[in-house]
Design a protein around this ligand. Structure first.
Ligand code: UTP
Length: 293
């Protein structure tokens, strides 16, 4: 069996839900406390055993490449000032071996994954979305890779969401269940409110066999006028089994405003350096707001 050693991180979307900040700043570079979102994702891939990562970028995304590049001036200054702890943090990002490819136009997530096909070749591979952070004891992607190793089949990470939110996600229609793993009848992208076949939502972590590229190759336009990854997964499921795995851990949607603020607050409250002060600040702000209203 071929092992999963390569991962794609699509990060070429326009981030329209975050305008105007995303006009010149990639949303994947927005900070969660002091680290850009995409670094948390790269760290998860590495902790899951991935050896080669390709990031799909696009127009206005240079900051992502710069972040993972050496900044000699900064490193020398930190060295001179003996700020070794900061130097270590800065060096972590620049020591990760990453590859970049451009998606010329943001035609959808399925198209972004297809752009990396030559880098993947004929191997199983992982996809981690550039705006979804997962906090878990066993890294989210590692859990899916373990399922791939058991089944030798593609595995899509899912979690349960409230019924009224199902229209925002790709949803699976499960048949049988074994522990946290489901066999799937159908994958539906953003079902209309009230029509979702379950509340199991696809959550930004995937392991695929390379056959997925046969379907991405078709460039079929789906929901929202985009080339959807979910449509290709549905077609792959007709050829070979695709499982859904309800992974353990907490997933943070950093790609929309409320999710981003919530993630920042939660991570700041858990931060050793500033956590206590942030807790005081939150209480104080809530009290001030109460007096005002
Ligand atoms: P989203 O749909 O959340 O991102 O894609 P978006 O299109 O940038 O955001 P909005 O809806 O306009 O606010 C999930 C991930 O897939 C990437 C995004 O960068 C994000 O990390 N993506 C999306 C691409 O790489 N290319 C695309 O064409 C679309």
């Amino acid at each position: 069996m071929k092992t999963v050693k390569k991962a794609i991180i699509p990060a070429a979307g326009l981030g329209t839900r975050f305008l105007p900040v995303t006009k010149a700043m990639p949303k994947e570079m927005l900070p969660i406390v002091d680290k850009p979102t995409i670094q948390y994702i790269v760290e998860e891939a590495i902790e899951s055993g991935i050896e080669d990562i390709i990031i799909v970028t696009g127009k206005g995304k240079r900051a992502i490449e710069d972040h993972f590049d050496h900044n000699v001036e900064l490193e020398e200054t930190l060295m001179k000032k003996e700020k070794y702890d900061l130097l270590e943090k800065v060096n972590y990002a620049s020591n990760v071996d990453l590859h970049f490819i451009r998606q010329k136009e943001p035609q959808g997530l399925g198209h972004a994954v297809w752009c990396a096909r030559k880098f993947i070749g004929d191997e199983p591979f992982a996809v981690l979305l550039g705006d979804d952070i997962v906090k878990a004891e066993t890294p989210g992607l590692r859990q899916l890779i373990e399922q791939y190793e058991e089944t030798e089949s593609s595995v899509v990470g899912v979690q349960q969401v409230p019924k009224e939110e199902t229209h925002r996600y790709g949803i699976v229609d499960p048949s049988t269940m074994e522990g946290r793993r489901y066999q799937v009848k159908d994958f539906v992208e953003k079902p209309k409110p009230g029509t979702a076949p379950s509340n199991l939502a696809i959550m930004g972590r995937y392991v695929f066999t390379p056959e997925i590229f046969h379907y991405l190759e078709k460039h079929q336009i789906g929901a929202g006028g985009e080339i959807q990854l979910t449509d290709a997964i549905q077609q792959l499921n007709d050829l070979q089994k695709v499982y859904a795995y309800d992974f353990e851990g907490k997933r943070y949607d950093v790609g929309e405003k409320l999710g981003f603020i919530r993630t920042n607050l939660e991570f700041a409250l858990q931060n050793e350096e500033i956590g206590e002060q942030v807790a005081e600040l939150v209480n104080q702000l809530a009290a001030e707001q109460k007096v005002r209203s």
